[in-house]
Design a protein around this ligand. Structure first.
Ligand code: MN
Ligand code: MN
Length: 466
């Protein structure tokens, strides 16, 4: 026999937020569906270490699903699937709606760049019979996390004969990897006295790339020469080709399940590929929507969204203009009626660093997608702050579709801060709010997310696309 609820319990249920942990509300089938979704995510994350890798992998998946390259001079009908490849570093996918863009579009925008270490334009040097690369880190890294671990080199080299060489070195265990050295504790007595900010310097992130000389002749720089001769044999490049290259050092290890129960996934670059992949899959799985659905996978978020592949660029605006022209409406009109989920991660509450979080307004793993009304610093500096009206719309959509969700701020007020692409989209006169996956150890080379939360992100973007 069911126990009778006390009137207070009933009133609490009616008036107060449900304190139950999110995952307990899910059925076994839903948990299984989440686990299955993640089996598709893992190879994506393992391959897509840089924005270029992510674009390549995404186009392959999209083409298999019937997406073709967008031609602004062609007429498209409802249900057509197109993509725009912006310089190999950003990607837009659209599923044309029955109303086209006449009443605005629905946008899911995630970024596909992650914090990492780039090579300088003239990187290679020799010191004490070792060959090294000079580097310049990209995005907000904690420098000490990148020392003494295997690294791979991903990117492109553009030669003066007009050809481009793709480089992907060090992932495979059958080939060597690269590594930045660390100071041994025995000689770190001075270093450990320094504040963290001063203990690790950007200029010290030199990566070891060779140790054997080309030959035993009495010549200088023979280790450097040996490295260059190996690179020349493998990729046909010479030292000055580094000037026109983009080469990134990224972790080599693959995505792994974490915890005895395997409920979490650890990997490099969850920020923000754990939102990019669900946004991509939501576009791929979209049936013909009413409003045209657009997924944008953008670059440069980790360095402030500047540049022609970042969200401060006009590439999305121009794409919507092209679509609007075909529909016979003004582009600015289509944009101002549009809605956007800025698909980015938030910090998950970490009990080990509890003092940095405000428990009531933090996001938690396994509680579903996190909606962040605003990001920014200090007194809401540098944020678009979604309107109550749009928050209401999004909440209703999530509730109606039985999607597990929560709200979250990025840590305690005045403790730090951060931003997303939301404000750049809002500045276009679009309604936008951040919605994404909570991450533990954000920006570390091995970040953790929950399988439930990434699946709920997919469900949320799918619900948006209708
Ligand atoms: Mn991010
Ligand atoms: Mn980030």
């Amino acid at each position: 026999m069911a126990e009778e609820k006390s009137p207070i319990k009933e009133l609490k249920e009616k008036l107060l937020m449900d304190p139950k942990p999110g995952i307990s509300k899910l059925s076994q089938e839903e948990i299984k569906a989440a686990d299955q979704f993640c089996e598709g995510y893992k190879p994506f994350l393992d391959y897509a270490r840089t924005e270029r890798d992510a674009v390549k992998y995404s186009i392959e998946l999209a083409e298999k699903a019937g997406f073709v390259e967008f031609d602004p001079d062609k007429a498209y009908k409802a249900g057509d699937r197109v993509y725009v490849n912006n310089r190999g570093k950003a990607l837009m996918l659209a599923v044309i709606g029955t109303k086209g863009v006449t009443e605005g579009v629905n946008l899911a925008i995630a970024h596909i760049d992650s914090p990492r270490i780039d090579l300088k334009p003239s990187p290679l040097y020799e010191a004490n019979n070792l060959a090294l690369f000079k580097t310049h880190y990209y995005g907000g890294i904690r420098k000490y996390q990148w020392l003494a671990m295997p690294l791979a080199l991903h990117g492109v080299v553009c030669k003066t004969d007009g050809t481009t060489v793709d480089i992907r070195f060090g992932d495979d265990e059958s080939e060597p990897c690269l590594c930045i050295t660390d100071l041994l504790p025995h000689l770190a007595y001075e270093q450990v006295e320094k504040p963290l900010k001063k203990a690790f310097n950007g200029e010290d992130l030199n990566v070891l790339v060779g140790s054997r000389p080309y030959c035993d002749e009495d010549e200088s720089e023979l280790v450097k020469l040996n490295v260059m001769s190996i690179l020349n044999a493998k990729y046909g490049i010479t030292e000055d080709d580094f000037l026109s290259a983009e080469l990134c050092l990224v972790p080599t290890y693959k995505t792994r399940d974490v915890g005895f129960d395997g409920g979490l996934m650890g990997g490099y670059g969850h920020d923000d590929r754990c939102c990019a992949y669900p946004a991509l899959m939501a576009a791929i799985d979209a049936k013909t929507p009413e409003k045209t659905a657009i997924t944008v996978l953008c670059d440069k978020e980790e360095t402030g969204s500047d540049g022609n592949t970042g969200m401060q660029s006009d590439f999305l605006r121009y794409f919507i203009y092209d679509l609007a022209k075909a529909d016979g409406v003004d582009g600015w009109r289509a944009i101002s009626k549009s809605k956007c989920l800025s698909a980015d991660v938030n910090a998950a509450y970490d009990p080990t660093y509890a003092s940095c979080f405000e428990a009531k307004n933090s996001s938690y793993v396994n509680e579903g997608v996190v909606i962040s009304k605003y990001t920014g610093h200090g007194g809401k500096g540098g944020t678009s702050d979604a309107s109550a009206e749009f928050m209401g719309e999004v909440r209703t959509m999530l509730q109606k579709n039985n999607i597990l969700w929560q709200v979250g701020e990025l840590g305690k007020v005045d403790l730090g801060g951060g931003g997303t692409i939301a404000k750049y989209v809002a500045n276009m006169n679009v309604d936008v709010v951040d919605l994404g996956v909570p991450v533990l150890s954000m920006h570390a080379p091995f970040e953790l997310i929950s399988k439930i939360d990434i699946y709920m992100a997919y469900r949320a973007f799918s619900a948006l696309f209708g």
